[in-house]
Design a protein around this ligand. Sequence first.
Ligand code: RP5
Length: 165
Amino acid sequence: MKKVAVIMGSDSDFPTVKGAIKTLREFGVPVEVRVLSAHRTPAEAAAFSSGAAENGFGVIIAAAGKAAHLAGVLAAHTVLPVIGIPIKSSTLDGLDALLSTVQMPKGIPVATVAIDGADNAALLAVQMLALSDASLTDKLAAMRRRMTQEVMEKNEKLQREVEAL
Ligand code: RP5
């Protein structure tokens, strides 16, 4: 199975990014994690992304805050799909990172999830890998069934509470 790279612009992003790493591991997806900054280590970030495909990666997840160029810079150096997580790490509550990540000029796409949306970034990466791995498709389907069951149980509980009003 292809690996997923989880790249963050700073170790200060790690508390948010942890969720993505845990989710990927729950699906049995091999993960490698790095701190690489588009601004502070531009050469290293470019080198990682340039070599990612030949090093066995299938998807790159890039998490960054503030003027968040990391996902776009990584995407510029590879044709692997890049998923951006805008991190809420500034006085602008992550809106700066969201706009920096999502507003990519045409030609170099970044699939941007919600501010701090680490879990969805991981799930999207699993869905991408599932295109060529049926075992991941089965695990995703099982997760969806569990979610459905949980919501139905919550609804039933709510109905009982409403009835008792
Ligand atoms: C971004 O700047 C990082 O992704 C982080 O979210 C933010 C702040 O970084 P630190 O100053 O905490 O290292 O590059």
